[in-house]
Design a protein around this ligand. Structure first.
Ligand SMILES: Cc1ncc(C[n+]2csc(CCOP(=O)(O)OP(=O)(O)O)c2C)c(N)n1
Length: 352
């Protein structure tokens, strides 16, 4: 049997019991988890939520220009998944990537300054919201073309394998990307060449204003991986511990066996597609939005922790106050930072 063939690969999948449905209730998993890890996950989700709220405010004030896609509602996906990666692993994202950058540990000031187009931004103010980048932490963008980064992720996974480095690539994208040609080309090569890559589709139910059922011939989306013999599963993307666990298994499989995985994280975006979209869009009802908010990833983890006595409302408020302070400082840093110098216009465009 050819190494990594579909049959062999299915065996690995079964051996790993790759199904998020088998997970115990959140309270039970939270009880068994390292308390400092859970606190960190909660605070990272809170940081993203407060950061995005501030970004919306600054955008409305005209202090952030261009495109700006907020991540509110989806925080558990970036935080859970990125917590399962090692420091040398690579990350690729779509344009909805503020949360992933923060979850990876990028400085909130450098992210906010980039949104505001300032010289102190992580891409020196030349990338903006959709092009956050920091090679020091393996954060390889921020990509504006739907599905355009999926082949790049296969590329870094190929490089790691070729150079015999135990580096995994995680690649995040939206549900609309599964209909892009590059998705299929990447999946074919990732499986054919046994590449250590974890593809995470953040199914937030809409591609701009188009609901997924009007765009995809297949639901569940993760079954698209069947066409390539690739391991696949869905996970509750509003449950940070579930995302961490399922992505953690995929990362292990990539690192140990050089096998790719496709994970569909079911989530929901609360805001419009971008800041140029009306707050909730005209393509869904307020009732639908409210129903999804009942499963809010931050509230869910908070109430699970409170119910097992691992968090008090006071401790939550304290974390929230600290996070708000970080965000205020980030906004002040962005506002006070200089614009990129006009002499710098052509630098960093091509490699010297
Ligand atoms: C190849 C390509 N086609 C069209 C667009 C315009 N466009 C920008 S965002 C978007 C919707 C993508 O939705 P999805 O992949 O589900 O991600 P989400 O915005 O929900 O995070 C489209 C069609 C684009 N950027 N790239």
């Amino acid at each position: 049997m050819k190494s990594g063939s579909a049959t062999e690969h299915r065996g690995v999948t079964e051996a790993n019991g790759f199904e998020s449905d088998r997970l115990a209730p959140l309270e039970e998993r939270a009880r068994g988890a390292d308390p400092s890890l859970v606190k960190d996950l909660l605070e990272k989700m809170l940081l993203i939520r407060r950061f995005e709220e501030k970004a919306a405010e600054l955008y409305a004030l005209g202090k952030i220009g261009g495109f700006c896609h907020l991540y509110i509602g989806q925080e558990a996906v970036a935080v859970g998944a990125i917590s399962a990666l090692g420091p040398d692993d690579y990350i690729f994202c779509s344009y909805r990537e503020h949360g992933h950058a923060l979850a990876r540990g990028m400085d909130a000031g450098a992210v906010m300054a980039e949104l505001a187009g300032k010289a102190t931004g992580c891409s020196k103010g030349k990338g903006g919201s959709m092009h956050l980048f920091d090679t020091r932490i393996g954060f390889l963008g921020g990509h504006a073309i739907v599905g355009g980064h999926l082949p790049l992720a296969a590329g870094t996974a190929f490089a790691a394998k070729y150079q015999n480095q135990p580096r995994v690539t995680a690649c995040f994208f939206g549900d609309a990307a599964v209909n892009i040609g590059a998705f299929h080309e990447s999946f074919n090569l990732a499986q054919l060449w046994n590449l250590p890559v974890v593809y995470v589709c953040e199914n937030n139910e809409f591609g701009m204003g188009t609901p997924i059922e009007k765009a995809s011939s297949i639901d569940p989306l993760h079954e698209r991986a069947c066409g390539y013999g690739m391991a696949h599963t869905a996970v509750d993307g509003m449950d940070v511990l579930a995302v961490r666990e399922v992505v953690g298994e995929a990362v292990e499989r990539a690192r140990r066996h050089n096998l790719p995985t496709f994970i569909e994280a079911r989530t929901y975006r609360y805001m419009g597609h971008s800041m140029s979209d009306p707050a909730h869009g005209t393509y869904r009802t307020r009732a639908e939005l409210d129903e999804h908010r009942r499963h809010d990833p931050i509230k869910r983890l908070t109430s699970a922790l409170e119910s097992i006595g691992a968090l008090t409302p006071e401790a939550f408020e304290e974390s929230d106050a600290q996070v708000r302070q970080v965000v205020e400082q980030a906004a002040a840093f962005a506002e006070e930072s200089p614009d990129p110098a006009s002499d710098d216009l052509h630098s960093d465009v091509y490699r010297d």
